[in-house]
Design a protein around this ligand. Structure first.
Ligand code: NAD
Length: 479
């Protein structure tokens, strides 16, 4: 793949305009992607327009009936082959993703593996849980329910985990028999285009998965507003989520909103501090903190607060840019994080960009820790979406709970304590869609979604399968 590869949309099982020429689809313009590790320009994508969205929705509309008519077992077989194709193509997918995100190899591997797992998982569960049930109404009546797809689903995804987040929504939507038009982030579209090509080769019928690239205000807004789209799934910022919720309300269509977070990581004095410290460091380092579920509010019991902070800072200072963590993915996000740092003096470590060495070429920011921050401070309340951790001390369990819930968000929480009963007690009272106690795993199987401003609806797990279907009741009087 050269730096000047030009990508077209993927519509109706193909990527070329009918004339096979080099002109941008529908005469539109192009957008250039950026390698944030070097700030060098990379591939070009088509800047999609409402006309491109129209073509994609029309293709999906044509394809949806045939796809929905397959049995769950028939769709499952195709989904398994897509998972196989992702696994076989992992090196290319990782290269494409790296070129516009600068992610480190371990992170890329994790995301591509998980992308395949979504297809594998929903290929399995749709066969067991994709069907309705019989409702007993007494003699002479046969009543049953069935899950039916919405038809054409619009999936709009962000730049932080591009392929992974696309697959998280696409796999259950396709499993339930919907056709999809996806609109990936304009900064990171290429892996989603590649996925559509792989899916087509794996036997997904033409038009069942279409990808229109371009900006949010143009391609994304056209997709959300399109009368042929019967459901939306959105992952991204609160501001865009709110706008899409208004559009969906106006059109009376359902949508899933997976938005931001400012999630707490609670550490009690009786916790396994070594593991808790490692979790805190991972929260800041994984994807450079550009993870919606990053637990970057570190709440520590007063008696061990300073020791924990000392250990976290010592570990953070060993992290190497480009080895242990990647750059910020977009220029705008880089500037936003630097703005947070400039407005918050007094970092214990970090606090700015790299100014020399190879990292200075890219959008790398020094892993940063602020200790004992004021809970009312902007850095303590707003999602930074960068390698920045803030700490606060708490006195007791009640104080810990109050601090944990003192946020507009509610995506996840992590809690470390030697007292499991306390962990579970607090897990029930923390306002978040998922709580990990002592490192409990959150996987493809575990439903994921927000409380409060973090959104609504659920991705992952069995819950997401039924998000992408509507339940119909059929009742027949037999005699
Ligand atoms: P964003 O809202 O700017 O963009 C997300 C997507 O929406 C992109 O594809 C963009 O082109 C599109 N978009 C933008 N404006 C639009 C409009 N008017 N109409 C339709 N589509 C539009 O978010 P981002 O900056 O790409 O992503 C970062 C945010 O995403 C963070 O706040 C992060 O917390 C959140 N996020 C949440 C989850 C989750 O699962 N909860 C996962 C990852 C990221």
């Amino acid at each position: 793949m050269t730096a000047t590869t030009r990508h077209r949309h993927w519509i109706d099982g193909g990527d070329a305009p009918p004339d096979g020429g080099d002109a941008p689809p529908d005469g539109g313009s192009r957008l250039t992607t950026l390698d944030p590790a070097t700030r060098e320009p990379g591939d070009e994508i088509a800047a999609g327009t409402a006309a491109d969205v129209d073509r994609a929705v029309a293709a999906a509309e044509r394809a949806r009936h045939g796809w929905a008519a397959l049995s769950p077992a028939g769709r499952s077989a195709v989904l398994h082959r897509i998972a196989d194709a992702i696994e076989a193509d992992a090196d290319t997918l990782m290269d494409l993703e790296r070129a516009c995100t600068g992610k480190i190899p371990a992170q890329l591997r994790l995301e591509v593996d998980l992308s395949a797992q979504y297809f594998r998982y929903y290929a399995g569960v749709v066969r067991a849980a994709g069907q309705g049930s019989v409702v007993e109404q007494g003699a002479g009546v046969h009543t049953y329910t069935r899950y039916e797809p919405y038809g054409v689903v619009g999936v709009i995804t962000p730049w932080n985990l591009p392929l992974n987040q696309a697959c998280r929504a696409l796999a259950p939507a396709l499993a339930m028999g919907n056709a999809v038009v996806a609109k990936p982030s304009e900064f990171t579209s290429v892996s989603t285009l590649r996925l559509a090509r792989l899916a087509s080769r794996a036997g997904l019928p033409d038009g069942v998965l279409n990808v229109v690239t371009g900006t949010g205000p143009e391609a994304g807004a056209a997709l959300a507003a399109h009368p042929g789209v019967r459901r939306l799934a959105f992952t991204g910022s609160v501001a865009t989520g709110r706008r899409l919720a208004e559009v969906a309300a106006g059109r009376l269509i359902p949508l899933t909103l997976e938005l931001g977070g400012k999630s707490p990581l609670l550490v009690f004095a009786d916790a396994d501090l070594e593991r808790a410290v490692a979790a805190a460091v991972a929260a800041l380092a994984a994807n450079s903190g550009q993870v919606c579920s990053a637990t970057t509010r570190l709440l520590v019991e007063e008696s061990v607060h300073d020791e924990v902070v000392e250990r976290v800072v010592a570990a953070v200072e060993k992290l190497q840019p480009g080895v242990d963590f990647g750059p910020l993915i977009t220029e705008a996000q880089y500037e936003k994080v630097l703005g947070f740092l400039a407005g918050t003096p007094g970092a214990v470590t970090g606090g700015g960009p790299y100014t020399e060495g190879p990292a200075a070429r890219g959008l790398y920011i020094r892993p940063t820790v602020y200790a004992r921050v004021d809970p009312a401070a902007r850095i303590a309340r707003e999602e930074v979406f960068g390698p920045v951790l803030v700490t606060m001390a708490f006195r007791d369990e009640a104080d810990a709970l109050a601090l944990a819930n003192d946020t507009d968000y509610g995506l996840v929480a992590a809690l470390w304590s030697g007292d499991l009963a306390r962990g579970l007690r607090l897990a029930e009272r923390i306002d978040a869609g998922q709580v990990a106690v002592n490192g409990g795993p959150l996987t493809v199987e575990t439903p994921f979604g927000g409380y409060k401003r973090s959104g609504y609806g659920r991705e992952k797990g069995l819950a997401a399968l039924h998000e992408y279907a509507q339940l119909k009741t059929v009742s027949a009087q037999l005699w």
